[in-house]
Each structure stands twice: as structure tokens, then as C-alpha cells.
Design a protein around this ligand. Structure first.
Ligand code: SF4
Length: 439
């Protein structure tokens, strides 16, 4: 049976236009990585920035199954360089999987490295604890809990509503563990605020603004679960929008404001924009009609796929097509038992979706599916999607973008191998390096 190293090297050979860094990054994201105790953080008391669990668990095991990594958190991200593949700097979000063939551990020389099938393949750098994580809010909450940063500090990730009103098997998206992640953190006694008060968010941002003297943090994302009724008396547009309004009033133009929310009617989308949001992510999740209906039953019942897509196109009239960036979960197209049986079919379907949006000037983006074990799709597919799917998607994405004359979407930092910081997919590592960095 071919080893994981054989699989990776075979794909590097067959797809020479896809950066090698992206091949490894996709494999780490889809399958996770094990951590030696020497590579874990000291939580909020050490020199390494810990994993914040900013929205989903993004792990291959539940917290109680993570062993030492449940007590001493792994780092938020790792950065890979060098090794036999001569890797350029590659930032990878950490998804823990104790049985992965990838392992981060200290070598004989004491330096941290990434091992695949027991062989050292890259040097590993860990994110330093940012100064702003060393300060607490007046009520004792940590900045990491209220306003964690990811993407090597580029993005402040504000999950202000930690649960989703699509609840239970008949409504939750079949790959999503937002509600489970809430439960497991509460059960472990970790601080995990369900609805973050606006004042706490402002206070945490104040601390970030004060101590991020290099001004690495460039954008914020407001997000959380879908709101189908009301939270605190507000509908989805006003609930998320009021955070943006408060942030923009207090820190005008300090960060690029983004929101990940449902595809809402144009009138509600306009309220997001009025509140100061500049980039809108109405995620379409998976393109294929049958799979959308099966995987996103709540969204299908409440909105429906066709209306969802219509609303995405309509929102371009409010935000401008460049600033509408819907996400899809790359890999669920191939999840058993309903997904496509071949990589060819899955890529053809995904590309159809890319063409649909890109022909309207809208640039989707994707996160690499992490098959979390408490989700129906994760349970049935613990290995995730085939690595070849992820590599061919990078190729198809770039080709479709070029076909429609588009470039990397705004709000993601620099593009290009060795430069990208977007950590939950390698689409930015695989695009040509662009001139605009603070785009
Ligand atoms: S809408 Fe779906 S993907 Fe989004 S938080 Fe709810 S269950 Fe998760």
C-alpha cells in the first residue's frame, strides 16, 4: 500500500503548477496533524499563541479525546519552511489529529519540525504570543476569548454568536460542529461566551489596537450561527450589523469590516453596508443542488438554493461584485454516502459553481473541509476528501479566475506561495503574487 509520502509526492509530480507548499497544506488541513507534547503551548501563560477555537472545533477528535492537547492547547497556526521540498513560508491552521501521519515534534537538535511517516519534511515555526493576548478585559475575560486573531494576526475573528439557530439533525448543516463545539467547551469548563456583548468586543479591540503597534491586524470578521428568528430582539442584519456600527464609530477605518452571514434579501444586505461592513460572505457551502438540499437542510427550508444564489447576485449591487465573496466547503462534494464517486465529477460540479459566480464578477473562496467527528459527514468520512480533489480544485480555481479576468479577492492579505497568510485553505498560496497587499 502506498504511503502518505508516496501520495503527496505523486501529486507534486503530476501537478507541477500547483505549489508544493499547497499540496502539503491541503493534506494537513484535510487530515490534521499530531502534536508531540514538546510542541504544545502553555495556554495563555506562555510564549506561543494558543489555538482559540474561534468558531468550529476544526479538530479530528473531540476535546476529551485529545489527551495532552486538551489541557495544553496546540498553537493556533504553524508556519512551515525548508526541508527536502524546500518550502517557502507557509502558514497552516492547526487541526489536531492524534493518528495523523504528520507530527510536529522537537528533533534531536531541539528545533521543532514537521515529520511525515517519520521523516523530517519541514522546519516549524510557532506564532509568538501577541502582546494584546497578555492583557485582560476589566471583567477578567481574555482577548483570545472575545477577539481572537488568526491568519498570523491579520484577521480579528469575532464569532459574536457562538451557536446556530439551525439546530439538530434536521436543520444543522451536515459538516458543521458549531453547536457541538459550544457544548464541548462549556462541558470542559472553558470560558466560551454565547453572545458577546458589544462593549466587550470594543474593549478587546481597544487592547488589540493599542498593542498591535506593527498594525498586523488588518481586517475583522463578524460571524456566528444563522439567526432565523431574533437574538436580543434583533434580526440577523441588525444583530451582526450593530457590532460593525459600534466598531466603525469607535475606530473609523482601522480595520476592513467583513461579515459572514446568510444570503439575506437586498434590503437587509443594505443594512449591513450602512452599518459599515465592506465585505460580505453569504456562503453557498456546496454547489450541487442535490448535495445542498441534503447537506444544508435548514437553509434549504428557510431560503432555498435558488433564492440563496439570487440573493448573492443581488448583494453585488450593494457591495460591488468584488466585495461579495461567498465561501464553499471544499471536499464535502465527495463525502459518502451522497457525494460524487469520482474526482472528475466533483471538480466538474464545483467548477460549474465557480463559473456561475465568476461570470458575474463575484469571486467565491473556499475553506478545506475538516471532517469533525461529531458531524454526520465527518463521522461517515473520517479521512475527509481525496487529496487529489483538493489539488485539482486549486488548479480549477485559478484557471476559472483567469478565464474571467479576476484576481485574488480583497480582505485576505497577500497572495502567492511564500507570502499568503490565509490559513484554512491554500487558495491564496496558489494564486500569483499580487501587488496589492492591504487589499
Ligand atoms: S448555517 Fe450551517 S454552517 Fe452556518 S453555523 Fe449554522 S449549521 Fe453551521
Amino acid at each position: 500500500m502506498p504511503s502518505r509520502t508516496d501520495l503527496v509526492e505523486d501529486l507534486m509530480r503530476r501537478f507541477p503548477h500547483v505549489p508544493r507548499e499547497a499540496v502539503l497544506k491541503e493534506d494537513l488541513l484535510r487530515g490534521g496533524v499530531a502534536f508531540d507534547e514538546s510542541a504544545l503551548s502553555e495556554n495563555e501563560d506562555g510564549e506561543v499563541k494558543p489555538k482559540s477555537y474561534f468558531i468550529f472545533s476544526f479538530d479530528h477528535r473531540t476535546l476529551p479525546e485529545l489527551g495532552a492537547a486538551a489541557l495544553r492547547r496546540p498553537p493556533e497556526e504553524i508556519v512551515l519552511t525548508g526541508g527536502p521540498y524546500d518550502l517557502r513560508r507557509t502558514v497552516v491552521s492547526v487541526r489536531v489529529n492524534p493518528s495523523s501521519p504528520y507530527r510536529v515534534a522537537a528533533g534531536d537538535d531541539g528545533a521543532l519540525a514537521l515529520y511525515l511517516d517519520g521523516a523530517r519534511i519541514a522546519d516549524v515555526g510557532l506564532p509568538p504570543m501577541p502582546d494584546y493576548y497578555r492583557h485582560k478585559l476589566a471583567n477578567g475575560k481574555s482577548v483570545m476569548e472575545v477577539a481572537p486573531t488568526i491568519q498570523w494576526g491579520y484577521l480579528v475573528y469575532l464569532t459574536v454568536f457562538r451557536v446556530c439557530q439551525y439546530f439538530g439533525a434536521k436543520q444543522e448543516c451536515q459538516y458543521c460542529d458549531i453547536n457541538h463545539n459550544w457544548r464541548q467547551h462549556k462541558a470542559a469548563g472553558r470560558p466560551y461566551t454565547g453572545v458577546k456583548p458589544v462593549e466587550e468586543v470594543l474593549e478587546a479591540l481597544e487592547i488589540i489596537d493599542r498593542y498591535d503597534t506593527a498594525r498586523t491586524s488588518t481586517a475583522y470578521t463578524l460571524t456566528g450561527g444563522a439567526i432565523t428568528s431574533r437574538v436580543g430582539g434583533l434580526d440577523e442584519a441588525d444583530f451582526y450589523g450593530r457590532y460593525a456600527q459600534a466598531i466603525e464609530e469607535r475606530f473609523p477605518g482601522r480595520w476592513i469590516g467583513k461579515v459572514v452571514a446568510q444570503a439575506l434579501p437586498k434590503e437587509a444586505v443594505r443594512r449591513f453596508h450602512d452599518h459599515g461592513i465592506r465585505i460580505y460572505h453569504p456562503n453557498y457551502e456546496v454547489w450541487d443542488r442535490r448535495l445542498f438540499e441534503l447537506y444544508c437542510p435548514g437553509k434549504e427550508q428557510h431560503v432555498g438554493r435558488d433564492e440563496w444564489h439570487r440573493r448573492i447576485l443581488d448583494s453585488a449591487e450593494v457591495f460591488g461584485a468584488r466585495n461579495v465573496i461567498p465561501n464553499f466547503v471544499a471536499g464535502v462534494e465527495m463525502a459518502e454516502p451522497f457525494g460524487f464517486g469520482s474526482v472528475d465529477e466533483a471538480i466538474a460540479s464545483t467548477t460549474e459553481g465557480l463559473r456561475f459566480f465568476m461570470s458575474h464578477g463575484i469571486t467565491p473562496r473556499f475553506t478545506t473541509w475538516c471532517p469533525e467527528p461529531t458531524t454526520p459527514l465527518g463521522k461517515a468520512n473520517p479521512q475527509g476528501a481525496p487529496l487529489e480533489y483538493h489539488i485539482r480544485l486549486l488548479e480549477a480555481y485559478r484557471a476559472t479566475m483567469e478565464e474571467y479576468g479576476l484576481s485574488s479577492p480583497p480582505g485576505y492579505g497577500p497572495a502567492g506561495p511564500g507570502r499568503a497568510v490565509f490559513s484554512v485553505s491554500s487558495f491564496m498560496d496558489s494564486l500569483p503574487a499580487d501587488e496589492a497587499v492591504r487589499a
